[in-house]
Design a protein around this ligand. Structure first.
Ligand code: PMP
Length: 363
């Protein structure tokens, strides 16, 4: 295989519950998984119903163009349906963007400590990554603008960012977009947007009208509770979505997923419940960290990054101590944050189990 493929470090996903149960001799029912920023309420009831209805259609191929889902999204975000591209999760969107806009030897800019798939998407097309040092664990947009070279074709920005949970104010992003040459596509990855408090949510989807090189990426995996179905989408002007549609797999979003996503999109009660639980759970963790004297990065997502020691073995060591107690969180050594753990916010009961296990692990 190509050298650039062999150079890719494999993505580290959260350990599955069944595997941890077997490895540590635990009962699956007692395991708490707060590792993949999933929705603790699981699948919305409205989506379950829509999927039950969709079962009888599984003998047919899905709608290759996602007509109904795109129509629902177009209405929600007030853009024409042609401005939307669907993805098999937003990871697919990120990869499609790299394939559509970058060729081998060109460069892609992203921040240190930003989402791992940016590196995979970049390396997967044989492009060169320009990784810009973080500022207070978040994006340094000024430095990122300066890092753009004549061969840069793509910039990835995560807002809020994973794994650090940092947030960039809208005005800062607009100032950045004003600086970026139009030949560079900016992917604004807003996987966690729905967790922002209402005063921080802003209509970034509307910016695509003003910026022809902007692509906003969203997902149904987090706030909408459909991670296992794999549905994400991009909003951008048709010059961009047209290219993306040419190289994506024609049936990349299956019919169950399309039906479930439409239902979830209209399930405001589910989103509200999730947002309230997340805000309360975040306070629960932060209070515990303060009590334990642990440093954490203030988070705007459904997870929080906490420093569990002063040596580079700390993250792996505390992670193992948590696993033995049936608590799965995410070590972030692969992000060059070996002293930290990323903990997803769950139900109050799950958070309490995690906090208890963390106290025990650190005592
Ligand atoms: N972007 C960010 C910043 C993420 O944290 C994630 C999930 N880990 C994704 C995109 C991809 O999520 P999905 O493919 O499930 O939509």
């Amino acid at each position: 295989g190509p050298e650039y493929v062999r150079a890719i470090a494999p993505y580290q996903a959260g350990k599955p519950i069944a595997e941890v149960a077997r490895e540590f001799g635990l009962d699956e029912a007692n395991i708490v998984k707060l590792a993949s920023n999933e929705n603790p309420f699981g699948v919305p009831e409205s989506s379950r119903h829509a999927m039950a209805m969709a079962v009888s259609e599984l003998g047919r191929y899905p709608d290759a163009n996602g007509f109904e889902l795109k129509a629902a999204l177009a209405e929600r975000y007030e853009v024409p349906a042609e401005w939307i591209t669907l993805g098999n999760g937003s990871n697919d969107i990120l990869e499609i963007a790299a394939h559509a806009f970058v060729q081998a030897g060109q460069s892609v800019v992203y921040s240190q400590y930003s989402f791992a798939v940016y590196a995979l998407a970049t390396q997967g097309v044989g492009a060169r990554a320009i990784v810009v040092p973080a500022r207070e664990y978040g994006h340094d947009l000024e430095a990122m603008a300066k890092a753009i070279t004549t061969d840069t074709r793509l910039v990835f920005i995560a807002n809020p960012n994973n794994p650090t949970g940092t947030f960039i104010a809208p005005a800062e992003i607009e100032a950045f977009l004003d600086l970026v040459p139009s030949s560079v596509v900016v992917v604004l990855d807003e996987a966690y947007n729905e967790f922002l408090s209402p005063e921080l949510q802003f209509e970034s989807a509307q910016w695509v009208r003003k910026y022809p090189n902007l692509l906003v990426s969203r997902t149904f995996s987090k706030a909408y509770g459909l991670a296992g179905l794999r549905v994400g989408f991009a909003i951008a002007q048709p010059a961009l979505t047209d290219l993306m549609n040419r190289i994506r797999q024609p049936f990349n979003v299956n019919s169950m997923a399309q039906a479930a996503a439409i239902a979830a999109l209209n399930d405001k009660a589910f989103l509200d419940k999730g947002a309230a639980n997340n805000a309360a759970g975040y306070c629960q963790f932060v209070e515990a960290f303060e009590e334990m004297g642990l440093e954490y990065v203030p988070s705007f997502g459904n997870f929080v990054l906490v420093r569990v020691g002063d040596d580079d073995g700390a993250g792996a060591r505390v992670n193992l101590a948590l696993l033995k107690q049936g608590v799965i969180v995410r070590p972030v050594g692969n992000y060059d944050l070996p002293r930290w753990l990323r903990i997803s916010i769950g139900l109050a009961r799950e958070n309490a189990v995690c906090i208890g296990a963390l106290k025990k692990a650190l005592s």
